[in-house]
Design a protein around this ligand. Sequence first.
Ligand SMILES: [Zn+2]
Length: 411
Amino acid sequence: MDIRVNMDRLKRDLEELGCIGRDELGGVSRPSFSAADLEARAWLQKKMTEAGLCYRQDGAGNQFGRLECAGRTIMAGSHIDTVPSGGRYDGAVGVLAALEAARRIVEEKVPLAKAVEVASFTDEEGNLVGDFLGSRAFMGLLDEAAVRTGRTSFGVPFSDVLKMAGFTAEGILAARKDRPDLEAYVELHIEQGPLLEEEGVPIGIVERIAGKQYRQCAFVGESGHAGTTPLELRHDAFLGLADFALRATQLVATRHYGSTLTVGKAALHPGVFSVIPGRADFTLEFRSASAESMAAIERDVFGLAEDIAATRGLAFLSRIVDRTTPVTVAPRLVKLIEGECRSLGYASMKMTSGAGHDAQILAGACDAGLIFIPSPDGISHAPAERVNWDDLEKGANLLLRTLLAYLMPQP
Ligand SMILES: [Zn+2]
């Protein structure tokens, strides 16, 4: 069945949603459960209802719009929350393209053999208590202590945020729903990297999603007077961190090609210009597309940290904050998306996603796949985030065709 999305309507939806939570930098600040997010949720509920979808919100604030049918369910979606001063397309593209696909299915009176469900998951960006709050709640994968007693990345107790938005920890923890009816989940998303643009290809078909380990670490040495403690007698925690950050990055670059390692945040104590740092706290995250290489990186990197600590007379401390396992997209789904893409006449390439998405979490319940469109200049999570409308139209048509391939009764 050769039906296409209504691109004018999809564009209008993106523009309308992009105005909610608009900030003075020209970006969108719409973290989940903020006033802007509550406004966006009401907007989305109205759009889903107008489209003729049966609307439901669960205890975690995940929003669903469903076209009922007795068969299994094909879900498509993403998220509408943003990082502070993020862009208009990260997440929004996946939810609104799924909504547009559902509308076209209704308008064309496509005979359904399965239910179709549009999903918008809460706090994919991890502004509150860890990444993927909504999809993890949906899958029953939440850390209960973090939900009950955690603080958000803005420094306030999560319970306060929930109360203000009219949600509860109990509701979030009870959002788990066994969904044996779920057959597949498909997510359209901006690439958030430069590869598709560099290759001049409009569609990326994701085969693997990298896993991630995020740790809070520290080197602990001894503070001392910067003028009177000779260099050779120091236990400078910052030098341990500097040495580690450089060598760990080189190690991943040479021994684990294609994986990444990042020290994203560091704080020296006592943090005084004339005092040798006695402690260096830092975040460490590494990502890789296979479980074997995740384990190998963990072994190599922590071996290196212990070596550096021993050589420099420091202690090395580390605890896991969050981890996700690498996901291989079901080959039959990759093949199906590829086939639909070919029949639409769009060029595509297969790729690995370095960023995690709700699809990674949903993969625990069903075949979950990701379709990427290019991010001009590789920019995302910033006001300058853009999409090329032609690419978006192709991505949305491909999403629609993928849903149709599942929905149409098999002859
Ligand atoms: Zn996203």
